[in-house]
Design a protein around this ligand. Sequence first.
Ligand SMILES: O=C(O)C(=O)C[C@]1(C(=O)O)C=C[C@@H](O)C=C1
Length: 104
Amino acid sequence: MKLTDPKECISAEEIRNQIDKIDKQIIALYGERHKYVEEIVRFKDDEEGIIAHDRKKQVISDRRKWAEENGLDAGTFEKMYQILIENNIKRELELLKKKKSGII
Ligand SMILES: O=C(O)C(=O)C[C@]1(C(=O)O)C=C[C@@H](O)C=C1
């Protein structure tokens, strides 16, 4: 991805173009991440396994740490990952239901 250095940008429009490029790429990566989330259901058998409480805690605490290491607000990333993981749990539970009823 070719980006102009933030300090080299000469207008708000140029800055916004860089932000759009970055977000497009981030979202494409979340699309990739989601494919793995959908496949993990092949290795899970029940609701407890889907929720994976300890893993969920670890994911959130690692992302908090990574956010801080990058000069970002840990609480913001914790909230984002809480929402993401809650949605993933819902999706995984739907897929588990389908798996159990033989649909997939
Ligand atoms: O690691 C798992 O078991 C997953 O299902 C992935 C994931 C995640 O999105 O990172 C989703 C749900 C779990 O609560 C924990 C983590």
